[in-house]
Design a protein around this ligand. Structure first.
Ligand code: SF4
Length: 313
């Protein structure tokens, strides 16, 4: 499936402790993508448009028009913090992912500064109108709640739970929360899997061990991100809406600064050629990975070598 991710807004009402927008709040560019830029995206090339980058998509005042434009060509979904789901015609979407920080009200408030109960009430009301997925970030302090998250999904009518890792850490202190970097008790995850099966909830849990993959889950062979300015980049990990042209990353306790990666604007043919070339490295890796003599095996692009997604988490 070919997916175009579109950063329709970089604004957000929340200040989650692990979000780069909170960490870089002084240099963050809070902006909405214009309808003009959105119209330039060739949605006919894709099977699915995911309207989210670094920000809350429902804050873009033109979001409903944007969905209508994209829907003429492909399926459309988005990930939201859920605060505005009741002020919007959700039936327009094919897919809605709602992020949830904890199954516990107090902890959810600590991380998100917002009420879990109020969020769940809103989501439950719209669950019959759209296919809902709960997206849960597994952190050291919360991952053991996964069985409860599965239960919540069942109660409010969400069909799927995706348990993600904390896979981008701009500062060292956050690594403390990454469960794939520490001794982890897998039991809560196994319990969650059993519970999900019993309740009929689809559960997708990301890998909790690091191992270099041939192609990262963002799959730059087929997928890409269009930023709020209308620029093409492979993924959110190579773009941040900040004033600097660099991105800070921490990988296993080491700090790195990498250049942001943009191939040009979405309405420029040359941008697409550059994007294709970037993806070709991953395509060669994928093809050679299954051959018996992987001579001349292509290395990951430099900008990917310090990205946790390249190691499968
Ligand atoms: S490895 Fe990381 S930086 Fe490279 S394309 Fe994949 S997600 Fe993006």
């Amino acid at each position: 499936m070919k997916i175009v991710q579109v950063e329709v807004s970089t604004k957000c009402q929340l200040r989650c402790m692990m979000c780069p927008r909170t960490i870089y709040r002084r240099e963050w560019i809070n902006a909405d993508m214009s309808l003009e830029s959105f119209r330039k995206i060739p949605f006919y090339k894709f099977d699915f448009a995911h309207l989210q980058g670094w920000g809350e998509p429902l804050l873009n005042p033109r979001i409903e028009e944007m969905i209508d434009i994209a829907k003429k060509h492909c399926r459309v979904g988005l990930t939201t913090n859920g605060l505005l789901v009741d002020e919007f015609n959700i039936k327009k979407l094919d897919y809605l992912a709602v992020s949830i920080a904890s199954a516990d009200e107090k902890k959810h408030r600590e991380i998100r500064k917002t009420s879990l109960e109020a969020l769940l009430t809103k989501v439950e009301k719209i669950a019959s109108d759209v296919d809902i997925t709960l997206v849960f970030m597994m952190m050291k302090d919360t991952y053991h709640e996964l069985p409860d998250i599965v239960e919540i999904a069942k109660e409010i009518g969400a069909k799927t739970v995706i348990a993600n890792n904390l896979d981008y850490m701009p500062v060292k202190e956050l690594e403390e929360q990454a469960i794939f970097l520490r001794e982890t008790d897998y039991e809560p995850i196994e319990v969650a899997k059993i519970k999900a099966k019993k309740l009929g909830v689809r559960l997708i849990v990301k890998e909790i061990k690091m191992e270099e993959v041939l192609v990262c889950a963002e799959n730059p062979i087929n997928n890409l991100l269009v930023t709020y300015e209308g620029k093409i980049t492979p993924c959110v990990y190579l773009h941040l809406p900040t004033r600097s042209n660099k991105i800070s990353r921490v990988l296993r306790g080491r700090e790195f600064e990498i250049e942001k990666v943009y191939f040009g604007y979405v309405d420029d043919r040359k941008s697409w050629k550059k994007y294709k070339k970037f993806g070709e490295v991953f395509e060669r890796r994928k093809n050679l990975g299954y051959s018996l003599l992987p001579l001349d095996f292509p290395q990951l692009p430099e900008c990917c070598r310090t990205c946790y997604k390249a190691y499968g988490v």
